[in-house]
Ligand binder design. Structure first.
Ligand code: ZN
Ligand code: ZN
Length: 354
């Protein structure tokens, strides 16, 4: 098998050839066809996330060892299964939930692996999907995707489920509620698609890049705001006629998150998803008096990926187009993503053998 790996933190990915692994008793070997490239891959390659206040989350402190195969939006077909695996058909197309936990803690037992303190996420702590083959620790992380467009569906494993899980935290929306999506990269566009699938029309897309805002309009945004040319809450307040009910921040920078208090209506909610980094000083009396909620959302779980796949099958969710590139373009794609040169999502074609 071939893979593209982090050999040294912060350095370009390296191609590696090795024997294709055989699945252990509980494991499933997937012959990959595509893997999406996510902005988190840029952070993972660096080896750390900025937690704000000068604190860093270092992957090496969390037990990640190099070399590590990057990539956490994998889709492919089942090639082999371990002796204890039941109910998985060889040759079947499957999405893989990469957000895998310890399997033992209260979160994992409840199917909420994404909150596990001992995450063994594929492409972050265990070998991921920038590869021709992927070993999945258990069949419960597979989502049947037979018959669906594999390249477009790859993104459901991270950006799709991240967008869906975040927007689901809003709860039911009233038809006259205004919602803002901050950051219209791959995840933001999927959030717009999910809101559209839920039948919600009043959505304002915000970004600092007009090309991304044009893509957001195509994905169904009712209005757009360029936060570079019109910074601050004024334009959001004008369009919504006085304030938003919900916001979702796929950037996660102080500049975006600080829009919550001035732009939300009383009782409004901001869901923070992006991991750009930094910290936010929050005036506590305003938070209390205005009953504003700030909450986080971290990727999602297997059940949520299943729900998304069902929405695609029903024709409710229209998946955005993706740019398909060869697996060998993994490194260039990370650089393009880091430099903000990508509109929508890049998906690597992993079907070619080296
Ligand atoms: Zn991701
Ligand atoms: Zn766990």
């Amino acid at each position: 098998m071939q893979s593209y790996d982090i050999a040294e933190w912060g350095q370009p990915l390296q191609s590696r050839l090795r024997d294709t692994p055989q699945p252990g008793p509980e494991e499933v070997l997937v012959r990959l066809s595509y893997c999406g490239v996510c902005h988190s891959d840029v952070h993972i390659r660096e080896g750390w996330f900025d937690l704000g206040g000068g604190n860093k989350l270092k992957l090496s402190d969390r037990g990640t060892q190099l070399p590590l195969t990057l990539g956490h939006e994998p889709i492919g077909v089942v090639q082999a299964v371990g002796g204890n695996v039941r109910g998985v058909e060889l040759g079947r197309q499957v999405l893989v939930n990469p957000w895998i936990g310890c399997g033992q803690c209260r979160f994992c037992v409840a199917g909420r692996d994404n909150l596990c303190n001992q995450m063994r996420a594929l492409g972050m702590a265990a070998p991921g999907g920038f590869a021709t083959h992927l070993l999945v620790p258990h069949a419960r992380y597979l989502v049947d995707a037979e018959g669906l467009d594999a390249a477009r569906c790859a993104v459901l494993a991270c950006s799709g489920v991240t967008a869906y899980s975040a927007v689901s935290k809003f709860g039911p929306l009233a038809a006259d509620d205004w919602v803002a999506v901050l950051g219209c990269g791959g995840v933001g566009l999927l959030a717009l698609a999910v809101l559209k699938a839920k039948g919600h029309a009043r959505v304002i897309a915000c970004d600092i890049d007009d090309a991304k805002l044009a893509a957001a309009t195509q994905a169904g945004a009712a209005a757009t705001v360029n936060l570079k040319t019109t910074p601050g809450p004024a334009e959001l307040l004008r369009i919504s006629g006085g304030g938003l009910s919900h916001m979702v921040d796929f950037v996660g920078a102080p500049a975006t998150a600080q829009l919550a208090l001035p732009a939300l209506l009383k009782g409004g909610q901001m869901v923070v998803v992006g991991l750009f980094g930094g910290a936010l000083p929050v005036p506590l009396p305003a938070l209390a008096m205005r009953e504003v909620s700030l909450r986080g959302s971290a990727v999602g779980n297997t059940q949520q990926i299943r729900e998304l796949v069902q929405m695609v099958r029903d024709g409710r969710l229209q998946l955005p187009e993706v740019q398909v590139r060869p697996l060998a373009a993994a490194e260039d794609s990370l650089r393009d993503l880091e430099a903000g040169r990508i509109v929508g999502r890049v998906v690597l074609d992993t079907a070619e053998d080296a």
